[in-house]
Design a protein around this ligand. Structure first.
Ligand SMILES: [Zn+2]
Ligand SMILES: [Zn+2]
Length: 252
């Protein structure tokens, strides 16, 4: 496949190492990342970015060939759609989870690259790909299962028991496609009897007054600010939980 490569940094620019304009018509975000546009939520391959720039040196990358492993989502289409239809009808899915997943299916399933030319990460256990690591959103959800296996040898009672276990997950809206499309596909593709997510509760972004929280720009209320008010921690917890934005919301 083709990937962006920065000649001055001498490395391939995966995911967060490259920014550029989002290719989705009408989106207009000029700081979309190599794997996802934060504004419209579309998952991207880095070569789709318009006017890409290296995040490290601001240089203009070139396109180079490299070998990678892919998750063949088109082959899993039928199974995946059946899972989504059933889980979203019988389980509890927040509206934004349904909307984001539908938009993803409507766009058409494409093979997704699951390896990266990076030094940091989980190495790929295959001779030909031993210098590569897995894409973080391929290996991170496997962690839900492997951390249970670290805790108990009886992990299969939870993760391979869909008849008796109902799985709930909570997340921000930018993580939806990884949990409703990518990870279920990876599990379905094994042909084994995994416990798939049945209920998903998704929050919108929490805004501060009329803008985004930004640690770098100092916009928002952070742990040290909250502490300095001397308002007890339980009051903060209650306020945030009761205002947890399942619809668009501002902190005033
Ligand atoms: Zn976009
Ligand atoms: Zn660079």
């Amino acid at each position: 496949m083709q990937q962006l490569y920065c000649e001055s940094c001498q490395r391939f620019l995966a995911d967060r190492f490259v920014v550029g304009s989002c290719p989705v018509e009408g989106c207009g975000n000029d700081t979309a990342r190599g794997d996802q546009c934060d504004r419209c939520g579309r998952l991207l391959n880095s070569t789709e970015l318009i006017d890409p720039r290296c995040k490290v040196c601001e240089g203009i990358p070139i396109v180079r060939d490299t070998d990678h492993l892919f998750l063949e989502l088109p082959l899993l289409k039928e199974q995946l759609e059946k899972y989504i239809d059933e889980a979203s009808a019988t389980g509890s899915w927040s509206q934004n989870a349904v909307r984001i997943t539908d938009a993803w299916l409507k766009e058409g399933l494409r093979p997704r690259c699951i390896t990266r030319d990076l030094k940091w990460g989980v190495p790929v256990p295959h001779e030909k790909y031993k210098d590569k690591v897995f894409y973080v959103w391929f290996d991170a959800p496997i962690g839900y299962i492997s951390i249970t296996a670290c805790y108990t040898p009886e992990w299969e009672k939870w993760w391979k028991n869909p008849e008796n276990v109902e799985l709930y997950q909570f997340m921000g809206k930018d993580n939806v496609p990884f949990h409703t499309v990518m990870f279920p596909s990876a599990l379905l593709g094994t042909g084994e009897n995994w416990t798939l997510m049945k209920n998903i509760s998704v929050t919108e972004y929490l805004n501060y007054e009329s803008g985004k929280f930004s640690k770098t720009k100092g916009i928002g209320v952070f742990g040290n600010d909250a502490k300095a008010t001397n308002i007890p921690a339980d009051v903060w917890r209650y306020y945030l939980l009761s205002n947890r934005p399942e619809v668009r919301f501002r902190l005033n």
